[in-house]
Design a protein around this ligand. Structure first.
Ligand SMILES: *Cc1c(COP(=O)(O)O)cnc(C)c1O
Length: 391
């Protein structure tokens, strides 16, 4: 039998180049040389899932009724736990049946939502630097991503006024992300209010990614998009248990907000997946009901790390905003370097892995991202190594 060339579809061939390939290669070579790498590159908590959540999983796993297909939209008890948590945390009332949708991690919902609303040629507004799933999800649906640059002069928030009128007219969806990965910027209610006006005027569905809403410092709790008037009419908010409870591997998240938007996303999902393992939903209920007890401890760890790394870097003359949320530090590269060359310098001369800002989109050029997913001792050592290496 004759073979034939296996050809990718154009949506795969059109994927942006993988900008972290060079840094991955350099990292592998350093490891092979025996370098003791300090990894500040990964956006994945190093801490384990809290024990009570694991215990709940074990108990739930023994129940045969949890072994069957779950309900597509998520079992009502999980969605009710989400609604209760939302009310306690943000003061927003949600109907568990129609305004909460369970997701296999928020990435799943973010990636799929354009399939429900974007037609070929429609524009999807995406922040840059940003989570790559926003533009990729848009492109997979046949849409055209339009970049909203996150600039220091705007507090790393999108400048809605800078979006050309004809682009706004053709835009179907807008992705936002606060607290932000990679910049750590937090949007206030005043910004969200402007978003609601803009979205209503141009009939754009807002998809706000709030995966880091519970990773905050100094007790300054970031607001939900749905807290502002009119938000429920124009959009949805994506949440995740991944970062909040150190559950990245468990794959559970949820979307809340406008019921018609959720119904559209639900239509895509019911044709592609079969929901979240009920055992994981049971553990998720326990997590949401225990909220501050578990999350206070997690926040404390990140805050200690932030308070070690940021002053350390500043003492070397590096420039950054002090993050008030998320577990990233968005560091401006020193004069004479690009994102790529500074990342390479830190790896080659100090054995430190960081992420080049331009890997999150062109507007991230001039920055690198450091993740606080490493113990304090290693962060202290990282600062010492950078001091020794110089720049
Ligand atoms: C980690 C992350 C997510 C969440 O991922 P899950 O699929 O819920 O694990 C979503 N958005 C951003 C910006 C993230 O960094």
């Amino acid at each position: 039998m004759a073979g034939f060339p296996i050809e990718y579809a154009s949506r795969i061939n059109a994927l942006p180049p993988y900008l972290f390939a060079t840094i991955d290669e350099m990292k592998q070579r350093a490891i092979a040389r025996g370098v003791d790498i300090i990894n500040l590159g990964v956006g994945d908590p190093d801490l384990p899932t809290p024990a009570p959540i694991i215990e709940r999983l074990k108990l739930a796993a023994a129940e045969p009724r949890h072994h069957q297909y779950p309900s597509y939209d998520g079992q009502l008890s999980f969605r009710q736990a989400v609604a209760n948590w939302y009310k306690r945390r943000f003061g927003v009332t949600l109907d568990a049946g129609s305004q909460v949708l369970t997701l296999i991690g928020s990435k799943e919902g973010i990636g799929h939502v354009p399939l429900a609303f974007v037609n070929p040629g429609d524009i999807v507004l995406v922040p840059s630097p940003g989570y790559p799933v926003y533009p990729v999800g848009a492109s997979f649906a046949g849409g055209t991503p339009h970049v909203m640059p996150l600039l220091k002069k705007n507090g790393f928030l999108p400048d809605l006024q800078a979006i050309p009128k004809d682009v706004a007219k053709r835009a179907k969806l807008m992705f936002l992300n606060s607290p932000n990965n990679p910049t750590a910027a937090v949007a206030g209610k005043d910004f969200f209010q402007r978003v609601v006006s803009f979205a209503s005027e141009h009939q754009i569905i807002v998809c706000h990614d709030a995966a880091y809403s519970e990773i905050y410092y100094d007790g300054r709790r970031p607001p939900s998009f749905l807290e502002v008037e009119g938000a429920m009419d124009v959009g949805v908010e994506f949440h995740s248990l991944s970062k909040t409870f150190n559950m990245t591997g468990w794959r559970i998240g949820f979307a809340v907000g406008n019921k018609d938007v959720l119904a559209g996303l639900g239509k895509v999902k019911s044709n592609l997946d079969s929901g979240v393992f009920q055992v994981v939903q049971e553990a998720g209920i326990l997590a949401l009901e225990s909220d501050d007890q578990l999350t206070d401890a997690i926040r404390k760890v990140y805050q200690e790390r932030r308070d070690s790394l940021v002053p350390g870097l500043q003492s070397l003359g590096l420039e950054m905003e002090i993050p008030t949320a998320a577990f990233y530090v968005w560091v401006a590269v020193p004069r004479g370097y690009s994102s790529a060359s500074f990342t390479a310098h830190l790896l080659e001369e100090a054995g430190i892995v960081t992420t080049p800002g331009n890997g999150f989109g062109e507007a991230g050029e001039g920055y690198i991202r450091m993740a606080l997913t490493t113990p304090v001792e290693r962060l202290v050592e990282a600062v010492e190594r950078i001091k020794k290496a110089g720049f």
